[in-house]
Design a protein. Structure first.
Length: 532
């Protein structure tokens, strides 16, 4: 891929992803569709997915971002359902989907069928997070889907390696497979545990925000490479480090947090956009490799595998939801009651993504004896159609399913009330600390300045409560939103004056940048960004 092709890919993906924000269609679906259409436009270059690029270069930052934004406490509270999905379901799907594919696809060896099962077993981290965020699913359901997608790639990659070893003739036993899984999982977790504390220590002791953010960008690649170097799971190493850093992010200084949030938001936006566009752009390459297979024949296989994948997920999700609760009183007491609606949504939200395609493209062309890998192109095609099918069919119908089931979304009032109560407690502590400081003669401060500190504190305390109050009948705004809007208008007026003074050569550009930065910080303090 030359530089112009790369620029075109990134720019086109970003434009489509930005356009998707103005539509009810989730960005992943629009990007995949646009990629398929673009692949057949004359003049569009061929973009072939390289697993040596996707797995070590694209997957770590995406997983790191998802892990940092996840809640360690929520994941720990839901460890049982997450473990059943991320480990139990992936292994179950690998075996069942693979064996059923072996039964209904003539000429497909069992070893190659198990490779296919491992490839399409894991729902995708990027797809699950993007879809769940767009739809506003209940918080516990979102946590379970995110937690599953963070860990299941490691399970699938390990299962793939074991199945591939058997397929190419290296020989694989149950004991060997269990040993490799233990090494990958325990080793990946161990590498993450070893790295997380020194990395966090380094982040808290670097004094330059630019250096801290440079380190932040390197962290997922370092964790992934360190684990893969010893044969452990790089995925789990990245997830462990990301969860720890996210849980401890409050210990990093504010400048780093502000810059880091902006940098990673941009990186995540670009990578997610490119990843989904690349999925669609693979269509010509995958179809070209089918060779002697007839169109109707492979279409039937594709539909069969897609239906099998969806059905097998439900075969696991419903029993995994209700059987443990029926058998264990402790589970019933510790976990909230659930209905059939929750597993129905979780089962339908199992979209596959770029990881499955990347793993499929890493299947070797030949076996150890030099023969061609059996049905490799068919495995690639079935992986591609399963990814597209889950993204389009399930992704497009998931919002409708949620509406039909009348699934309650996030309780915005309860969340705002909890935020207001937390802010109130913090403000009381801050006010007490201010009184203690002002009582010390070394902190003597003119009364207007002391009053200003108290006013800022009072404003912060009241702002959240005001969002729970009455709404302006003319504008539909709460008092807090009106305050934010007026504050931005005032700052905008100041900004125009500063620019005019610069243009009149009464201040220079360096002073302009200093004044504008001060206004930017004040505007950031007054502006409460929407949750999306």
């Amino acid at each position: 891929m030359d530089p112009l092709q790369l620029i075109a890919l990134v720019a086109g993906s970003a434009v489509i992803a930005a356009a998707a924000r103005r539509t009810p269609v989730p960005a992943p679906l629009l990007l995949v569709t646009a990629g398929i259409v673009a692949a057949y436009v004359p003049g569009v270059p061929s973009y072939v997915l390289d697993p040596h690029v996707v797995l070590p270069l694209l997957l770590p930052p995406l997983l790191h971002m998802a892990a940092v934004e996840s809640s360690y406490l929520d994941l720990r509270a839901n460890a049982r359902p997450i473990g059943l999905l991320s480990v139990g379901y992936v292994l179950f799907a690998t075996v069942v989907v693979g064996y059923l594919a072996y039964l209904f696809i003539p000429g497909l060896p069992l070893t190659a069928a198990l490779v296919l099962g491992a490839v399409i077993a894991p729902p995708d981290a990027v797809a699950a997070t993007a879809i769940a965020r767009k739809l506003g699913l209940p918080s516990r359901m979102t946590t379970i889907l995110q937690g599953e997608s963070l860990v299941n790639d490691a399970t699938a990659i390990t299962a793939f390696k074991v199945a591939l070893a058997a397929a190419v003739g290296e020989g694989a036993s149950w004991a060997g497979g269990i040993g490799e899984f233990a090494l990958a999982s325990l080793g990946g977790i161990g590498i993450g545990l070893v790295l997380m504390v020194p990395i966090h220590w380094l982040r808290t002791h670097l004094r330059e925000a630019l250096l801290q953010n440079t380190l932040s960008l390197l962290i997922p690649f370092v964790a992934y490479a360190a684990a893969e170097q010893v044969g452990a799971s790089g995925v789990l190493a990245v997830v462990v480090v990301g969860l720890y850093l996210g849980h401890r992010s409050w210990q990093v200084d504010f400048a780093t947090r502000l810059q880091e949030a902006a940098v990673w938001k941009m990186v995540s936006f670009i990578l997610e956009s490119v990843v989904f566009a690349l999925i669609g752009l693979q269509m010509p390459y995958v179809l070209k490799g089918l060779g002697s297979y007839g169109a109707m024949e492979v279409a039937g296989y594709a539909v069969g595998v897609f239906v099998t994948v969806v059905a097998v997920r439900y075969l696991w999700v419903f029993p995994a939801t209700f059987v443990p609760r029926a058998l264990s009183k402790r589970i019933r007491e510790r976990e909230p009651d659930t209905t059939w609606k929750a597993p129905l949504i979780v089962g339908w939200a199992g979209m596959r993504g770029v990881v499955s395609l990347a793993i499929a493209f890493s299947i070797p062309l030949t076996l150890h004896d030099g023969d061609a890998f059996p049905a490799r192109n068919l495995v690639l095609f079935l992986t591609f159609t399963t990814v597209i099918g889950t993204l389009v069919v399930q992704g497009l119908t998931l919002p409708t399913l949620i509406r039909l089931l009348k699934l309650p979304g996030r309780d915005q009032y309860a969340e705002t009330l909890a935020e207001a109560q937390a802010q109130s407690r913090a403000s009381v502590a801050a006010e007490q600390r201010l009184d203690e400081l002002l009582a010390d003669d070394r902190n003597a401060l003119a009364e207007p300045l002391a009053d200003r500190l108290r006013t800022v504190l009072e404003r912060r305390r009241n702002s959240v409560w005001e969002r729970l109050g009455t709404v302006n009948e003319l504008t539909g705004e709460s008092a807090d939103h009106t305050y934010q809007r007026l504050s931005r208008e005032m700052i905008g007026a100041e900004r125009e004056v500063f620019v005019t003074l610069r243009d009149e050569r009464r201040i220079d550009d360096e002073m302009l940048r200093t004044l504008l930065r001060r206004l930017d910080l004040e505007e950031a303090a007054a502006y409460r960004e929407d949750s999306d």
